[in-house]
Write a protein that binds this ligand. Structure first.
Ligand code: ATP
Length: 249
């Protein structure tokens, strides 16, 4: 059974004359990793906002577990590029903010907090205010903060794009570890084609004006180390993906 389903979804911003996305169909299974790619301005973030429930489709339906999405919920967490952390709060306070606001007893989330602090390498920083941390460590806090809610669907909007290559690779591994540990589904937007090929079991290409689904590719190179050289088939797959992103329609 699918976790998330978008049926013929269109959206236009209230203050805009133009439709931003139209006729978008998408199905996401439980424990699946989907990456969204596409040129700037085709509506990738708009799509995540619709799935998150921050906005409502102009036409079509967004369904989670067969229920229509009607507003934001902890079940659909988003990690943004700018992270939106609380700089003066400590690492642990930032991570626990969501469950605390939901009125959950500390005993229900503290075991996971310890696990997440360990998994993300943040244990030694847990009492430090977030403003003192590097960009890479802040991104770890943002990821742990989203994961402590154990959302069945976790979304990342260009979350790693500001990081250097080394830190980004570390975040890829961390994300995959958390995905396996929490057994949730992830949808990640990226502009980086190599990140898309490493992280996406399936890669959704959005293109056009208004943006719509140009392709959904099964990715045979998911979670594979490309530095070992994956041969001509890999190069052809990468070229095909680049072509789909660059095409204008
Ligand atoms: N608040 C808004 N009001 C009006 N139009 C908007 C608003 N936000 C986005 N848009 C428009 O909707 C379209 C899709 O924007 P969106 O940010 O979803 O694209 P994107 O693919 O995520 O772009 P990028 O890769 O640059 O982040 C664009 O044409 C954009 O100008």
């Amino acid at each position: 059974m699918s976790l998330l389903e978008l049926r013929d979804v269109s959206y236009r911003y209230p203050e805009s004359q133009e439709v931003s996305i139209e006729h978008v169909d998408l199905t996401v299974d439980a424990h699946a990793l989907t990456v969204i790619v596409g040129p700037s301005g085709v509506g990738k973030s708009t799509l995540l906002n619709l799935i998150a429930g921050y906005t409502t489709p102009l036409n079509g339906q967004v369904l989670m577990n067969q229920q229509r999405v009607q507003g934001p919920s902890w079940q659909r967490g988003i990690v943004f590029q700018d992270m939106a952390l609380y700089p003066w709060l400590t690492v642990a306070q930032n991570i626990c903010f969501g469950p605390k606001m939901r009125g959950l007893a500390a005993t229900t989330y503290e075991p996971l907090l310890t696990e997440l602090l360990t998994e993300t390498g943040l244990l030694a920083f847990q009492d430090q205010p977030v403003y003192e941390l590097s960009g890479g460590l802040k991104q770890r806090v943002a990821l742990a903060r989203a994961c402590i809610n154990q959302p069945p669907l976790l979304m990342l909007d260009e979350s790693f794009s500001a990081l250097d290559n080394y830190t980004r690779n570390e975040m890829h591994q961390l994300l995959l570890n958390l995905w396996r540990r929490l057994e949730n589904s992830i949808i990640a937007i990226t502009h980086d084609i190599d990140e898309a090929i490493f992280l996406g079991q399936r890669i959704l290409v959005i293109n056009g004006k208004p943006g719509t689904v140009a392709a959904m590719l099964d990715n045979p190179y998911f979670n594979q180390d490309v530095t070992t050289g994956l041969g001509t088939d890999y190069v052809a797959f990468r070229q095909k993906l680049l072509g789909l992103i660059e095409q204008t329609n």
